[in-house]
Design a protein around this ligand. Sequence first.
Ligand SMILES: [Zn+2]
Length: 325
Amino acid sequence: MRAAIGIDIGGTNVRIGLTLELGEILHQSTLTVADYQDAQTFLKELSDAIREFTAMSQDVEIEGIGIGSPGANVRTGTIENASNLPWEKLEIVDHLNSVTGLPVFLTNDANLFAIAEKVFGYASEMNDFIALTLGTGIGAGIYTSGNLLSGRDGLAGEVGHITYQRNGRPCKCGRYGCLERYASASGVVETTRQLLSEGILISELSGVPTGLLTARMVADAARNDDPLALRVFQVTGEILGEALADLTAAFNPDALFISGGLVNAGEILFRPMQKSFERSLLAIYPMDVPLMKSSIPDQDAGVLGASALVWDQIKKVNESSLTEI
Ligand SMILES: [Zn+2]
């Protein structure tokens, strides 16, 4: 059986998984980022975890290691200056390659959902699609003509920092009015705070201390027909629909996939998003470009996407060597 190791590096946890070719996860383990302030200690611990997987899996053939991380520099194989990671520079590709002898592939963490969707999900037959992750921020992986769009430095797809509102809400990137300040889970919280402070709509959320407010609370309130919470999701859905129509104008995709915590809001988000998307779509595009909930379970997306990177890259190498023959 062919297998790959997927490593999903996040600000809190590093998830490592051994995955079979069809997407079954055989083993998983987690490292806590805060336990490894020093880059070398972290790399050693990561190598040990991989060695344990290899020892446990004598009956499978591990063909490569895929890594998704913020601050991934695809050109140099390093992770650099990621604002939510403690390491200034992590020479992860060279290190894991020399320790394991396996091919190691690196990509930006925002791409993991898109790669998982392409290899294991609904997008397997699609050449052009966009996978948007709505979490604390907004990330996107974009496939064009069958290839994941990388850009010069592997930094393509930062659609969360497209300007939605000139001189708008401050963003942690240092700019103002970025899309993710309005249309992510934290955007939902900010919009709720703003509407609460205006005091026009009544809401069960007015009793919640502002620091404790979460997007999930707002979604629950909306399901209870809370007028203010419903208004928040109406506004958020409309902003997202407009942004997705803009992305369609830029990339002409077969479909747009939505994943991440905010998707759990369900119809209260999707209904206004779909309406606004159709209203905003340039007339030259067919109205049947689907907006779909991702088929990849949220909790597995990172490890599956990182493993899928291995299959995706191996397939590309095989295809190009066939063409050369
Ligand atoms: Zn920003």
